[in-house]
Design a protein around this ligand. Structure first.
Ligand code: SF4
Length: 349
C-alpha cells in the first residue's frame, strides 16, 4: 500500500545563498524520514525545543518550502511534481492548524468567512442552505454552538473558540491528515483539554491522521500513539509514546522528561538552559552527536561519528551510542517502530 505522506531523507539548510548576507548555513532538519500510512489513522507527535526543526518539518510536509535534499511524497509522488489535479487533492487531503488562529482570521470579516471559503473553493455543497447545514454540523462536531459562533467577528470569540473554528475549518474538507503546529500553545490551560479532545475526535470518529507538533511533552503524551523527539534537526528518539515517555533511553529525552513542569506550571522546556546554537555551522556538515556538548555520558566515539538510530525494542529507537549493541535502524525504516493505532485509539486523556 502506498503511504499517504512520506518524508525521505529530508534535509533543509537555510542561509548561504547567492543573495544571503551571511555565509553561515543553518541546518534546520537533517536526514529526516517519516511515513504516515494511509491506514489505520494515526496520531504522531513531533516534540522538541525551539530550534529543533519542528516548524521547518511542518512547512516541508505542507509543501510550503522545498527540501534542500531528499523528498516529500504524497501518495508516492514528490510534492514538487504534482499535477494541478493532484495538487488540488493534496490541498484537500492535508490540512493544517496553526499555533495562532488569530493570524489566520481577517479582522474585517465575520468568522463565517473562514468556513465559507473552503466550502466554496472545493464545491463542498450544492446550495447556500446545504453549505450552511454543513458548516453548522461541523461546528457541532468540534463542540461549538453555531448560534454562538457564526455572525461574530474574530475578536468576539475566545482564543479557545477561535482555535476550534480552525479545527472545524480543517474538518470541513474531511482531510486524511492534519498537521497541527502547536495548536494549544496560545490557549489557556483550562481550554487545552477541550481542543485536544476535538483533535482526538478527528482521529477516532473521522479517521483522520494527525501530526501533532509541540514543545509540550505533556500534551504530546496525552494525545499521541507515537512520538518523535527532535534535537537540533535530528531524531533523538522515536517510537511508542508510552515506552519513550515512561522509560526514555536517549539522554536528551531523559532531560525533557525530567523537565516536565509538574510542580511548577510556569516552567517549560524552552526555559531550560540551552548552549549556543551549534546547529549553525560554516559548512552545514555534522560531525559527531549533536547532543555531545550537553551529554553527561559523552564518549570519544560520540565526538567522531553521528550515532544512527538503534532499535532497542520492536517499538522504539534512539540515536545514541549507549545503545550500540542493538541493531541500527535505517531512518527510512522508522515507521517500523511505530505502533499501529487500535480501532478505538490508544490516546489517553
Ligand atoms: Fe550522549 Fe554519546 Fe549518546 Fe550522544 S551518542 S547522547 S553524546 S552518549
Amino acid at each position: 500500500m502506498t503511504a499517504l505522506l512520506e518524508a525521505r531523507h529530508v534535509t533543509k539548510v537555510f542561509g548561504g545563498g547567492l543573495f544571503s548576507k551571511t555565509k553561515n548555513l543553518t541546518v534546520a532538519l537533517e536526514d529526516f524520514s517519516l511515513t504516515i500510512e494511509s491506514d489505520p489513522p494515526s496520531i504522531t507527535a513531533v516534540v522538541g525545543e525551539s530550534g529543533s526543526g519542528k516548524t521547518t518539518l511542518a512547512r516541508l510536509i505542507l509543501g510550503l518550502t522545498p527540501p534542500t535534499s531528499g523528498e516529500v511524497l504524497y501518495n508516492g509522488k514528490d510534492l514538487r511534481s504534482l499535477s494541478s489535479t493532484e495538487r488540488r487533492q493534496f490541498l484537500r487531503d492535508v490540512q493544517v492548524i496553526f499555533q495562532d488562529p488569530y493570524e489566520v482570521y481577517n479582522p474585517f470579516y465575520k468568522v463565517d468567512h473562514v468556513l465559507e471559503t473552503p466550502v466554496a473553493k472545493f464545491h463542498l455543497a450544492p446550495s447556500r442552505e446545504k453549505a450552511r447545514a454543513l458548516i453548522e454540523e461541523t461546528l457541532h462536531a468540534v463542540g461549538l454552538r453555531p448560534e454562538e459562533t457564526l455572525g461574530r467577528y474574530p475578536h468576539q470569540l475566545s482564543g479557545g473558540q477561535r482555535q476550534r473554528v480552525m479545527v472545524a475549518r480543517a474538518l470541513l474538507l474531511r482531510p486524511r491528515l492534519i498537521v497541527a503546529d502547536e495548536p494549544v500553545s496560545m490557549v489557556d490551560a483550562s481550554l487545552r483539554a477541550t481542543i485536544l479532545d476535538s483533535l482526538r475526535q478527528l482521529n477516532q470518529k473521522f479517521g483522520i491522521s494527525l501530526i501533532y507538533i509541540t514543545h509540550d511533552l505533556t500534551t504530546a503524551y496525552q494525545i499521541s500513539e507515537n512520538i518523535i523527539v527532535l534535537y537540533r534537526g535530528s531524531v533523538a528518539e522515536a517510537g511508542d509514546v508510552e515506552l519513550v515517555v515512561k522509560d526514555p533511553q536517549h539522554p536528551y529525552t531523559r532531560l525533557l522528561v525530567g523537565s516536565v513542569p509538574l510542580p511548577d506550571p510556569s516552567r517549560t522546556w524552552e526555559k531550560e538552559k540551552m548552549p549556543a546554537d551549534v546547529s549553525t555551522r560554516g559548512s552545514g556538515a555534522t560531525r559527531g552527536c549533536k547532543f555531545a556538548e550537553r551529554c553527561p555520558y559523552v564518549m570519544q566515539v560520540c565526538r567522531e561519528k553521528v550515532p544512527p538510530l538503534y532499535r532497542s525494542n520492536p517499538h522504539r529507537a534512539a540515536a545514541c551510542f549507549l545503545l550500540q549493541d542493538a541493531p541500527a535502524l535505517g531512518t527510512e525504516d522508522m515507521v517500523k517502530v511505530f505502533v499501529a493505532a487500535s480501532p478505538n485509539g490508544t490516546s489517553r486523556g
